[in-house]
Design a protein around this ligand. Structure first.
Ligand code: KG4
Ligand code: ZN
Length: 339
């Protein structure tokens, strides 16, 4: 089964063709970063206009690179939540219209399930496992029973980790998007340059929750309080010290969840899963099998959407043509199943 996957939830216009939920035949990502860079963040109005302009050529390129026509496509999948409303609507409406006009099966896909599926495109992974979804908008530690059956154990009580990377980079003028730039700068810096506070571990139902607003405030507004004066306050040192704490926060909750659940496989996904320190620190835990998608599949792409789409369509699931987009996923709450 060859599935066309379409992704337009934020600032990447993306389409891919994936066979049997595993083999990526083509994967085209048109990034809008240069258009949002001068504003140091995604401008929703610009994003939806660019998606509208690019969606057809991006889908055409995905088919051309796969040496396929729409006749060869067995089903179409498009992201319908969560994300920027105007952006989501472009890819979703395009996908639904294409499916309706060609009488092909259509399925709407939750972007976060896509991020979780990205690792499955390159590895055989048995369920259940512990999922770590870390992106610009989300932070979810979850128990995963199937591609569409996740139970949220912990989430962020304020900012998402990617958001913290982006805000620190924006404040210090490092560039946009912040995650990948801080990751690079940090490699030349010393994490000992500052000792930012790590929020203490909660108890009870919040025991796996993370918080990033304290770290963000410490780095942006109170840096002198935590800085070691023996170190120069360079972008490299600021990045290294911030990133070190950001990863520590995430790891403390994840390791606690692994210990409590007894799950020994961790599957990461989302833009922050590309972070080199997070990858290195998790690799030190030999008691866990940690699986990260290849870097290109950590950030937004159509292949992960096609992969989830395949799993639904294979099972006989279809979305109605009147399905719409949702900016948020209200059911992504702790303890709830997300089918
Ligand atoms: O998954 P994604 O492409 O879009 C969302 O669904 O949010 O994630 C984008 C986020 C941004 O906040 C970006 O700064 C962050 O992922 N990111 C990184 C790295 N690469 C991207 N954060 C830390 N280290 C990286 N190497
Ligand atoms: Zn994403």
């Amino acid at each position: 089964m060859k599935i066309l996957g379409i992704e337009s939830s934020c600032d990447e216009t993306a389409a891919a063709v994936v066979e049997d939920g595993r083999h990526i035949i083509s994967n085209v990502v048109a990034t809008q970063i240069p258009f949002h860079e001068e504003f140091r963040g995604v401008v929703p109005e610009i994003a939806s206009r660019k998606h509208a302009e690019w969606i057809l050529p991006v889908v055409q390129q995905a088919l051309a690179e796969a040496h396929l026509s729409m006749d060869d496509i067995d089903g179409i999948a498009a992201t319908n939540k969560p994300g920027l409303m105007g952006s989501l609507l472009v890819g979703l409406t395009f996908g639904k219209t294409l499916a309706w006009s060609l009488n092909k099966p259509f399925i709407a896909v939750n972007h976060m399930l896509g991020h979780l599926y990205a690792a499955h495109l390159s590895e055989d992974i048995a369920y259940p496992y512990l999922g770590l979804l870390v992106s610009g908008g989300h932070c979810i530690i979850c128990r995963v029973e199937n591609f569409d059956d996740i139970t949220v154990l912990g989430t962020t009580v304020d900012d998402a980790p990617g958001e913290a990377f982006d805000k620190v980079a924006k404040f210090y003028g490092f560039g946009y998007p912040g995650g990948v730039i801080i990751d690079k700068l940090a490699q030349q810096g010393d994490p000992a340059a500052a000792r930012f506070p790590v929020p203490s571990l909660h108890k009870g139902e919040h025991r796996y929750d993370v918080s990033y607003s304290g770290l963000k405030t410490a780095v942006i507004n109170q840096i002198d309080q935590f800085w070691n004066p023996d170190f120069p306050k360079t972008p490299e040192n600021i990045s290294a010290a911030f990133q070190d704490t950001a990863v520590k926060i995430l790891l403390s909750r994840l390791l606690r969840a692994a210990e409590d659940t007894g799950l020994t496989t961790v599957v990461a996904g989302g833009g922050v899963a590309a972070n080199s320190l997070l990858r290195a620190k998790l690799a030190e835990h030999s008691e866990l099998r940690c699986i990260f998608p290849p870097l290109k599949l950590c950030t937004d792409n159509g292949a992960m959407i096609a992969g989830v789409g395949y799993q639904y369509l294979k099972r006989g699931d279809r979305s109605p043509y009147d399905i719409t987009a949702s900016a948020r996923i209200p059911q992504f709450k702790r303890g709830l199943k997300n089918r």
